[in-house]
Ligand binder design. Structure first.
Ligand code: CTP
Ligand code: CA
Length: 228
């Protein structure tokens, strides 16, 4: 429980969390994917439910067990995730995009399995951009005062990249993780800095993903209209 997160401070709120990693299909048996486990998003969903929120968890291909007390919507691709999040966001007080969304998808989908041909090199794989769900949600909020949160995994100049990304996306908060070989993906623990559009910077020390989740909800709750 975060310091400011006592009791059921999210009671009466509807929050939407996306989790996991999208898969972009190539043919009926193949996809382009990423290594996101869904652990951080599921931790966000569980902690919000424990603080009294109604939670919609939009889960992209996570193998984690279904958390109790949340509405789970399973999706595959980035476009499916956008549709599910947009629908759930219509009456939401907050949306947290913890999912790893593929930036690109195959330009075409083959209805039948792609076969190799004897003695021939493969065709290069053509990709197209996926929609930026977080930027779209931030620009077109269905409710005034809806709080929108993004996640970013960065290497090198982590804070500078984070600040630039926060501004580019137009969200209220951006949780910035430093990633490396064994950091973050699939790990139980996390270390992050939460950047606010108001210029604030909240360091979250290395610890369980639940602790980061509690801090995120503390910062979200403070931004609800009429709070402090
Ligand atoms: N995101 C999204 N839609 C996309 C890509 C990303 O909603 N098509 C969201 C992610 O869920 C995350 C945030 O945007 O909350 C940042 O994702 P990230 O991949 O770091 O941002 P990008 O703008 O894709 O930047 P990069 O080129 O560094 O991957
Ligand atoms: Ca990306």
């Amino acid at each position: 429980r975060g310091v400011a997160g006592a009791g059921c401070d999210l009671a009466g709120r509807h929050v939407v969390v996306s989790a996991g990693g999208t898969r972009e299909p190539l043919d009926p048996v193949r996809f382009l994917g990423n290594r996101s486990s869904g652990k951080q998003g599921y931790a966000l969903a569980r902690t919000a439910a424990a603080r009294g929120a109604r939670v919609t968890l939009v889960s992209a291909n996570s193998a984690l067990p279904e958390p109790a007390g949340v509405d789970l919507v399973r999706v595959g691709s980035a476009r499916e995730l956008r549709e599910a999040v947009t629908e759930a966001a219509a009456d939401a007080d907050a949306v947290v995009m913890a999912a790893a969304v593929a930036d690109f998808r195959p330009a075409s989908y083959a209805d039948g399995k792609i076969k190799k041909k004897d003695g021939q090199d493969p065709e290069p794989l053509a990709l197209v951009r996926n929609p930026d769900i977080l930027a779209g949600l931030s620009a077109d909020r269905p409710r005034a005062g809806q709080v929108v949160v993004g996640f970013a995994a960065e290497t090198d100049d982590v804070l500078a990249h984070g600040r630039a990304k926060l501004a580019a996306k137009g969200c209220d908060l951006l949780v910035v993780n430093e990633v490396g070989e064994s950091k973050t993906f699939g790990a139980e623990e996390n270390e992050a800095v939460v950047l606010g559009a108001d210029g604030s910077e909240t360091a979250v020390p290395h610890g369980p993903k639940e602790a980061l989740a509690e801090t995120v909800w503390d910062l979200v709750a403070r931004r609800f209209p009429g709070q402090g």
